[in-house]
Every structure is written in C-alpha cells, then in structure tokens.
Design a protein around this ligand. Structure first.
Ligand SMILES: C[S@@+](CC[C@H](N)C(=O)[O-])C[C@H]1O[C@@H](n2cnc3c(N)ncnc32)[C@H](O)[C@@H]1O
Length: 211
C-alpha cells in the first residue's frame, strides 16, 4: 500500500483505546483482554480497517483483532475506529512475522484481505500465505486452522491455493468472482471497493485443516 506520512502518527497510536501497545504480554491471555470466552478472529494486514471495524459492529459475539505493520496506515485506521465504542475490537501495530510471540493457541480464524502480492519470486516468502507464515499460523490456532482470503490478484491467489494445499489445508468454499457469486453478507475492504469498481473479479477462498 502506498503510504502517506501521517503527522502525529505515534501520538494517535499511543492514545487510541483500541491499541494494544505491548501485545506479547498478552500471549495466552487474550480472552482476559476481552473479558469473555468469545471466539477471536484476526485480520493480518488490515490496512485502514474498514473490514475489521464493520465486522466488529455486525458481530458483537466475536472478538476481532486487526493487525497492521505500518504506523501511518494504523493511524489512519484509528482516526476512523476511535469514533466507535466497541468492546469486541482491538488493534495491534506489528509485523506478522512476530505473530507467534503474541498469540498462543487462541485464534479461531485468520482473514487475509488483499495481501501485498510481492510479485517477484525472490520475495515470495514475504507473502502472507507463504509456507513460512502458514507454519507460524499453525501455532496460534485454537482448534481447527481456518483462513479466509480475498484478493484481486490472480497470481497471488493461485500461489496461495498451492501453498494452502501443500500445508495440509482443504478448500471449504471458493469463488473466482465473489461479487457475482451467491456469497452472502460480504464485508468490503478498502481495496475491494477500489478494485471491484474497476470491474476486476474478486477471488475468494476459505480453507481449513482437518485435524
Ligand atoms: C494491499 S493492503 C490491503 C489492506 C486491506 N486489507 C484492504 O483489503 O483494503 C495490505 C496491507 O497489509 C499490510 N501488511 C503487509 N505485510 C504485513 C505484515 N507482514 N504484517 C502486518 N501487516 C502487513 C500492509 O502494510 C498493508 O496495509
């Protein structure tokens, strides 16, 4: 995502009631952060946060955590999210490479929406659906590993399907044109709005592991 520098980004982040500034301290204790036993869904690479915010509003019986690597993007998300009063939402500013230091076996679902495609082969390991990340995710799922992915990038989609398959996932649901499918209750991301307005098909897959 192209970033514009957000003035006072550190201040915005540090003052948000949604941000968890020292997330590794909550490893294995995330239910206590929410003070309930609801399932926890995370979005990795949440961007400006439209998807995670709308989910938290729509599904109060699920806890949501949005993860974003860059301060400026997180600050833009916070400017929007701080206008809401939601007890089932938290945000973490971090690189997902550190995800095993932050969560133990306590996550029920991971969303990967319009992840950076990293088109060059030598950067493949940076893709959030690469085997390196999938192995990390294995260690944070509570029960059955479950990932939902959306993208407009066909090459990333194909790469991810192979990567999921090679890492023991099976396909639960798939669409090569989500907006023309009968998939209900779709919540759009910022990128999804942009690319679907250009008439790009949106690829969607839901995968899980049969333990
Ligand atoms: C192309 S944007 C998509 C944003 C949003 N999910 C959407 O669909 O509109 C990808 C986002 O993932 C974030 N990201 C990329 N790699 C990441 C990583 N390793 N850990 C956390 N966030 C990451 C980027 O900073 C960027 O905000």
């Amino acid at each position: 995502m192209r970033q514009r520098n957000v003035k006072n980004k550190k201040e915005i982040i540090n003052n948000s009631r949604y941000i968890i500034l020292n997330p590794s301290e909550y490893k294995n204790k995330w239910q206590s952060v929410f003070n309930n036993n609801q399932p926890i869904y995370i979005e990795i690479g949440m961007g400006k946060g439209d998807f995670i915010l709308e989910n938290a509003i729509r599904y109060p019986n699920i806890n949501f955590i949005g993860i974003e690597k860059f301060d400026s993007i997180m600050a833009l998300a916070i400017k929007k999210i701080d206008n809401y009063e939601l007890s089932n939402l938290r945000l973490i500013r971090m690189d997902a490479l550190d995800i095993e230091n932050v969560f133990s076996k306590e996550i029920d679902k991971i969303y990967l929406n319009f992840s950076d495609p990293w088109p060059k082969d030598r950067h493949a390991k940076r893709r959030l659906s690469s085997p390196i990340f999938l192995k990390k995710y294995d260690n944070i799922f509570k029960n059955i590993p479950l990932i939902e992915m959306k993208t407009d990038n066909r090459k990333l989609f194909e790469y991810s399907l192979i990567s999921f398959n090679n890492n023991g996932y099976i396909i639960d649901d798939i669409s090569l044109d989500l907006h023309k499918s009968n998939y209900e209750n779709n919540i759009m991301t910022e990128y999804e709005r942009k690319f679907s307005s250009l008439n790009n098909p949106i690829y969607y897959v839901k995968v899980e592991k049969n333990n």
